[in-house]
Design a protein around this ligand. Structure first.
Ligand SMILES: C[S@@+](CC[C@H](N)C(=O)[O-])C[C@H]1O[C@@H](n2cnc3c(N)ncnc32)[C@H](O)[C@@H]1O
Length: 279
C-alpha cells in the first residue's frame, strides 16, 4: 500500500469529516517521522505492514473521536509546538484570534504585569512571553496537572518571564499584587448544553468547560474580583460565548469603562475587554 492509498482509505472511513482527513497527515508525519512537504512529495512511497498497522491504530483512535492532540500529546498554538496531556484543555483557534489581539494590545499600551487566570497548558502566556519580552507573567490554575505541564513547557521552550502557581482563581494571589492586565478564558458552558456530549468535548476535562449558574458562575466571579487585583487603569480581557452575553456586559459596565467586545464569526470567538473604573 502506498501513502496515497492509505489517504484514500482515510477519506472513505472519515466520510465528510474534513478534520479527520487533515489529521491523517499528522498521523503520517508522526509515524513516518517526516514533515508534511515530504509526504506531499512522496505520495507513492510504499508503506510496509508494520507501518500500516501503526497508522491504522492511530486512525481508529481518531475515528472514535479522540482529539489528535491527545493521541500524540502535542499541540500547535500560533506556531509554537508544546506538550499537552489528556484531560488538559486543548487550546482553540478562537483563543489564537484573541491572543493575536492581546499581543498588539500589550505592546500598544506598554503593559508589563500580566495575570493569566486558568492557564490550562499555558499557551496564552507562552505566546505573550515570546512576542512581548518585557512582560512579567503569572499563570494560575486549579489543576495541579496543568501546573506541572506549564512548568515543563516553559522550561523546555525557555520562557523565563513566566511564573506558575496553583490557585483557585485569586485564592493564592497576594492582596497587594496588582496587574496591568488580567486575561481569562474561563469555563463558560452550561452543564445542560448539548455540546458537552459532542464527540471531541467528551475527551476534555469537564471542569475546564463547565461552569455553574448556567455557565455564568465563573465569569461573574472573575469580572468582579479582577477589579481588586488590577492597577489603576488596568485591563481585564475575557473570552466567552454569546450565552449570558447581556449579563456579562452589564457586569463589565459596573466595574470597568472603555468596554469593547470583539466578535469573529470565522473562528466563532467573542471576547470582551474593559479598563478598571476609578470611583
Ligand atoms: C477553558 S480552559 C482555558 C485554558 C487556557 N487558558 C486556554 O485558553 O487554552 C479553563 C481553565 O480554567 C481552569 N480553572 C477552572 N476553574 C478554575 C478555578 N476555580 N481556579 C483556577 N483555574 C480554574 C481549568 O483548570 C482550565 O485549565
Amino acid at each position: 500500500m502506498k501513502i496515497k492509498d492509505w489517504l484514500y482509505k482515510v477519506k472513505l472511513y472519515s466520510k465528510t469529516n474534513n478534520y479527520i482527513y487533515k489529521d491523517s497527515y499528522i498521523i503520517l508525519q508522526y509515524v513516518l517521522n517526516k514533515n508534511r512537504i515530504w509526504i506531499e512529495l512522496n505520495i507513492n512511497f510504499v508503506l510496509n505492514n508494520k507501518i500500516i498497522e501503526y497508522l491504522d491504530f492511530f486512525l481508529i483512535m481518531r475515528l472514535r473521536g479522540e482529539p489528535i492532540c491527545y493521541i500524540f500529546n502535542r499541540c500547535f498554538f500560533l506556531n509554537i509546538e508544546f506538550k499537552i496531556y489528556n484531560d488538559i484543555f486543548i487550546p482553540r483557534s478562537s483563543t489564537e484570534f484573541m491572543v493575536n489581539f492581546i499581543i498588539k494590545f500589550i505592546k500598544f499600551n506598554n503593559l508589563i504585569k500580566i495575570l493569566d487566570l486558568g492557564s490550562g497548558s499555558g499557551v496564552i502566556s507562552m505566546c505573550i512571553s515570546k512576542n512581548c519580552i518585557n512582560t512579567l507573567i503569572l499563570c494560575i490554575d486549579i489543576n495541579y496537572i496543568c501546573i506541572n505541564l506549564i512548568r515543563y513547557n516553559i522550561k523546555k521552550l525557555g520562557f523565563y518571564n513566566i511564573k506558575c502557581i496553583y490557585s483557585n482563581w485569586f485564592s493564592k494571589i497576594k492582596k497587594n499584587n496588582f496587574f496591568d492586565l488580567i486575561i481569562c478564558n474561563p469555563p463558560y458552558i452550561w452543564c445542560k448544553d448539548n455540546c458537552i456530549n459532542k464527540k471531541d468535548l467528551r475527551y476534555e476535562s469537564y471542569d475546564s468547560l463547565v461552569s455553574f449558574d448556567k455557565g455564568f458562575g465563573d465569569i461573574n466571579y472573575i469580572i468582579i474580583n479582577s477589579y481588586y487585583y488590577l492597577n489603576n487603569k488596568g485591563w481585564l480581557i475575557i473570552e466567552h460565548s454569546s450565552i449570558n452575553f447581556e449579563k456579562i456586559i452589564f457586569l463589565f459596565n459596573k466595574y470597568y469603562y472603555n468596554i469593547y467586545t470583539y466578535k469573529c464569526f470565522i473562528f466563532n470567538t467573542i471576547f470582551t475587554l474593559g479598563q478598571k473604573l476609578i470611583f
